[in-house]
Write a protein that binds this ligand. Structure first.
Ligand SMILES: Nc1nc2c(c(=O)[nH]1)N[C@H]1C(S)=C(S)[C@@H](COP(=O)(O)O)O[C@H]1N2
Ligand SMILES: [Mo]
Length: 538
């Protein structure tokens, strides 16, 4: 058993310990990672002149240098533990590991505000390191056969596993005889174990970093205080919400807001690292930090978002009060070139979206939004910054986690969904939906309230009509709206005789156009047709 092999055992155990500790720290608190805690403690206790020197010499990477130093010391220590196992036996090695753990725990608990759970990363790490050491000790170190009798053992003929033909034993390198008694240590088992340990440690470290980053972004969001709007939205008119049970509330609570995106894992964008680059066919490209963005005058707007893949009567529509910087303000600063007609926006996870430039510049409340219903954007809805453009389906307007806007032309660039068969431009079609009664519901015969929402963003909803069975289209009562960019609640009463009934709804937009009866599927530019449902009066 060469010294390097013993050191490798120790190093592997140390790596596994740190990987496990890193994952646990990512879940519990990144500051409870023992390496970070020891590094912090070292910085705290080191004399002033040493600190000054470190800052002068390493600049802003001084923390990284200290951390690297701790890792080097730990590596030496881990190698030492491995050699201790070789010379004195496993219990001594385990004791060595425990000693490192104790140091780590001490550092973790000298941090202000440390709580009992902060011990977990170190304890789990030591446990995992100890197990790894024991495992490697059994698989690799303890495979050492008793020296003088080894040849006798392999002389036995007819081994059931067919390995280690006794006659050729001596000619074959030890590494090819895994599993058989060997006149040394089992190198293959050790190397395999070490490789497995390194992989485990790497996975643990990455998981810890991801989980920790996750928590850091959540913390940044939770402590973010958004400035007030310079142009506040008009307070919601009293009659915007008819407050009918079962009817979608005028303002969709963030927790209930539909979510549509291609993100398998929700991007966690740290506002401290976030920038928005606006470039392309412009005179003066800019790159805006989150702090810069919040220093600009903020506007507020009530806007209803809709997804192009919403079926008639479907759920992918929601209304919120957004707070943000007007996209037009930023675009005027960068001075788009004549001939540019599209904004190609890109999210932190690489999704792209093409928005007509003139729509954004025509005076409507197109926002780089930071707030949704009085709080920072929820992570799933684009924290820290997303686009909101009234009147356009989300796939051509509502880029979440937006980080880049390129001023370009529709004939030069293609966005994510456009290259997958959806229309390049996506103005929202006028639509209406019956919320109450629910489809298939049984209601008491007699007077029944029928209610729902209708939308035709930026044109506004001017009328809603309802038809029961083969009857006349009757005008529904409309709720008040703050402007043309939100949906509009409506309701009507109907007298229903016992039996089955068919209810249909249609809306007319602010330009006087009634939504067409012809049905169309969502592809390529949005569903159309009346929302029709069956109920029973009893
Ligand atoms: N980054 C990113 N932004 C995106 C999408 C996406 O897949 N990725 N989907 C868009 C689509 S299709 C819609 S309908 C809206 C939905 O916004 P919401 O999830 O906040 O309701 O986001 C848009 N923004
Ligand atoms: Mo969408």
């Amino acid at each position: 058993m060469p010294a390097w092999a013993a050191a490798l055992c120790g190093l592997t155990a140390g790596a596994v310990a740190l990987g496990v500790a890193a994952t646990a720290a990512g879940l519990v608190d990144p500051a409870a990672f023992p390496v970070a805690a020891v590094g912090n403690t070292l910085v705290d206790v080191s004399p002033g002149p040493l600190k000054d020197w470190a800052i002068r010499t390493f600049g802003s990477s001084d923390k990284a240098v200290v951390t690297a130093g701790v890792f080097v010391l730990l590596a030496l220590g881990a190698a030492g533990v491995g050699r201790l196992v070789r010379r004195r036996g496993l219990p001594y090695g385990l004791a060595g590991l425990a000693a490192f753990g104790a140091l780590g725990l001490a550092a973790v608990f000298t941090r202000p505000g440390a709580s009992a759970v902060d011990a977990l990363p170190t304890l789990l790490g030591v446990l995992a390191g100890g197990l790894t050491l024991a495992l490697l000790d059994r698989r690799a170190l303890a495979a050492v056969a008793p020296m003088p009798s080894a040849p006798t053992a392999s002389d036995e003929p007819g081994r059931p596993d067919g390995l280690g033909e006794p006659d050729h034993e001596g000619e074959r390198p030890a590494v090819m005889r895994a599993g058989g008694p060997a006149p040394g240590f089992d190198r293959r088992a050790l190397l395999g174990g070490a490789a497995g340990g390194v992989v485990l440690a790497g996975v643990g470290g990455v998981a810890g970093a991801l989980l920790g980053g996750h928590r850091a972004v959540d913390a940044a969001r939770n402590t973010l205080a958004l400035p007030r709007a310079v142009r506040p939205a008009t307070p919601l008119p009293g009659g915007a919400d008819l407050r009918i049970p079962g009817l979608s509330p005028f303002v969709t609570p963030n927790a209930d807001f539909y979510r549509v995106d291609t993100a398998f894992v929700v991007p966690r964008v740290d506002p401290r690292d976030w920038t928005l680059r606006v470039h392309g066919m412009v005179d003066r490209p800019v790159e805006i930090s989150f702090t810069d963005l919040l220093r600009r005058p903020l506007a507020e707007a009530d806007v209803t978002l809709t997804c192009v893949s919403n079926e008639v009567g479907g759920p992918y529509v929601g209304n919120a009060r957004w707070l943000g910087v007007r996209m037009a303000d930023v675009l005027r600063e960068v001075r788009p070139h004549a001939g540019a007609d599209m904004l190609l926006s890109t999210s932190a996870d690489g999704w792209t979206c093409g928005t007509p430039l003139e729509v954004v510049l025509d005076g409507r409340d197109a926002l780089f939004a930071v707030g949704m219903n009085g709080e920072p954007l929820p992570t799933e809805h684009g924290f820290p910054v997303r686009q909101v453009v009234p009147g356009l389906y989300g796939y051509v307007s509502a880029t979440k986690w937006v980080v880049d806007v390129k001023v370009t032309r529709f004939d030069r660039d293609t966005a994510y969904w456009t290259s997958r068969g959806w229309a390049a431009e996506g103005p929202i079609k006028t639509q209406s939906r019956i919320d109450v009664p629910a489809a298939g519901a049984a209601v008491p015969a007699g007077r029944t309230v029928i209610a729902g929402v209708a939308w035709a963003q930026h044109r506004g909803v001017a009328g809603v009509e309802v038809r029961v069975d083969r009857g006349e289209w009757r005008a529904a009562r409309l709720a008040v709206t703050p402007g043309p960019d939100t949906w509009r609640q409506w309701s009507i009463e109907a007298d229903l005789r016992p039996g089955g009934h068919t209810i249909a709804v249609r809306a007319t937009d602010g330009t006087g156009r009634t939504q067409p009866a012809e049905t169309a599927p969502p592809v390529p530019d949005g569903a159309s047709g009346y929302h029709v449902l069956e109920i029973t009066a009893t």
